[in-house]
Design a protein. Structure first.
Length: 356
C-alpha cells in the first residue's frame, strides 16, 4: 500500500543460492581454467572476432540491412555477446564453440532494444536517434523482427544448439512475459509492489543473462544438464542485480538518455519507487505521485527533478544501494563466481559511488 509506515526489511532476498553448493564447488574446482580470464581479458581476446562475425553473418539486404547495420553500430558494450564466450573458455571450452551463440545473443539483444525504444517512446539511444525515430515505427518493427530471424541463422550454426535450444527459447519467452509485466506496471494494470517488480525484472532482464550463461556452459559442457541449469539460475539472479543497478543509476547517474529520472518520465515503477511506496508517508510522496499521474507530455524536467529529490529524501535511494551491497556479497559467495571473476563489480561499477 502506498504510504505504509510499518518498517520493513530492506535486506536483499535470497539470491545466488544453490542446493548443491558443495558439489558445484567441487565440479568447478576441477574444470575452471587457472587462472580464469577476467572480463576485460576476454574482451581483449574475443571482442574483435565477435564484432566481425556479428556483421559478417547478416543475410539481410537492401534498406533493412542498412537499418540493422545502423543499430549494430550505435555502440553498446557487447556484454551479452562476450558472456557465453567468457564462461565457455573459463570452464575449459574452446571460444570457437561459443562464437555463434555470442552472435545470436547480441542480435537478439539488439532486437529487444529496437522494440523497447518504440514501446518506451525513447527518441535517443546511446547518443543517436533510435531506429524508430530515424526510420519510422513500421521500419523499426520490421528491423526488430529481422534481428530475431538473423539470430536464428546464427543459432543454426552453433555446435551445441540442440542441447539447449528449447531451454533458451523458454528463457526468451519468460523475457517477453517480463516485458509485458513492465508495460502492465506502467499502465497501472498490475498492483505495484516490490515482489511483482522483481518477478518482472527476473523475466525482462534476468532471463537474457540466464540464456547467455546457459549457452556458454553448453558450448563447453553440453552434456552436463545440472551445471547448465545452475549457471542459468545464477544468470537470472545477476540479471535482477543488473536491473536494480539500472534503476539506481537512473536516479544517481546517466543512463544515456540525456536526463536523470528517465524511468519517471516513462511512468515506469522502479525498485526505489516501490520501496518508497512501502515505507514513506503519502504527504512525503506527493511530488512523486503527482508526476506518476500526469500524462507523459506533462512530466516536465522540473517535476521529474522534484520526484527524484523525494526518492532521495525518503531514503529510497540509500535503501536500494544497501540492497545492492547485500546482493553483491551474496554473489561473491557463489561457486560460479570463480568462473566469472569480477563480473558483479563490473555490473555495479556505474553506481559504485553509492554503495555502502
Amino acid at each position: 500500500m502506498v504510504g505504509e509506515t510499518t518498517p520493513k526489511s530492506t535486506r536483499a532476498p535470497v539470491l545466488f543460492q544453490t542446493e548443491k553448493g558443495e558439489h558445484l564447488s567441487r565440479v568447478l574446482a576441477r574444470i575452471v581454467r587457472q587462472p580464469p580470464l577476467r572480463y576485460e581479458e576476454a574482451c581483449a581476446l574475443y571482442l574483435e572476432e565477435i564484432e566481425k562475425r556479428v556483421h559478417a553473418g547478416l543475410v539481410s539486404r537492401g534498406l533493412i540491412r542498412e537499418i540493422l547495420e545502423y543499430q549494430l553500430t550505435t555502440g553498446g558494450k557487447r556484454m551479452r555477446a562476450v558472456l557465453p564466450v567468457w564462461v565457455c573458455v573459463n570452464l575449459g571450452g574452446e571460444a570457437e564453440a561459443a562464437f555463434d551463440f555470442a552472435v545470436a545473443l547480441e542480435l537478439l539483444h539488439n532486437a529487444s532494444v529496437v522494440l523497447d525504444d518504440i514501446e518506451d517512446g525513447d527518441h535517443v539511444r546511446r547518443g543517436r536517434p533510435a531506429v524508430w525515430s530515424q526510420w519510422g515505427t513500421s521500419h523499426a518493427i520490421t528491423a526488430g523482427t529481422t534481428l530475431i530471424f538473423e539470430a536464428l541463422v546464427s543459432l543454426g550454426r552453433a555446435r551445441s544448439m540442440a542441447s539447449v535450444l528449447g531451454a533458451m527459447a523458454t528463457d526468451l519467452v519468460r523475457l517477453t512475459e517480463g516485458q509485458t509485466m513492465d508495460v502492465q506496471l506502467a499502465a497501472g494494470a498490475l498492483a505495484p509492489s516490490r515482489s511483482t517488480w522483481m518477478d518482472m525484472a527476473r523475466g525482462k532482464t534476468g532471463m537474457f543473462f540466464s540464456t547467455c550463461l546457459r549457452a556458454g556452459v553448453a558450448a563447453a559442457h553440453g552434456d552436463d544438464a545440472e551445471l547448465i541449469e545452475a549457471a542459468a539460475t545464477y544468470g537470472a539472479d545477476i540479471g535482477l542485480l543488473f536491473q536494480v543497478q539500472d534503476d539506481l543509476l537512473d536516479l544517481t547517474g546517466n543512463k544515456g538518455r540525456d536526463l536523470r529520472g528517465a524511468d519517471l518520465i516513462e511512468g515506469k515503477p522502479s525498485f526505489p519507487m516501490l520501496w518508497a511506496y512501502e515505507h514513506a508517508s503519502l504527504a512525503a510522496l506527493a511530488p512523486l505521485q503527482e508526476v506518476m499521474h500526469l500524462p507523459r507530455e506533462q512530466r516536465t524536467p522540473e517535476k521529474v527533478a522534484a520526484a527524484v529529490d523525494v526518492l532521495h529524501a525518503v531514503g529510497a535511494v540509500d535503501a536500494t544501494a544497501r540492497w545492492l551491497g547485500d546482493a553483491k556479497r551474496a554473489v561473491e559467495r557463489h561457486p560460479l563466481t570463480r568462473a566469472l571473476p569480477g563480473w558483479a563489480e563490473r555490473i555495479l561499477a556505474p553506481v559504485a559511488h553509492c554503495l555502502p
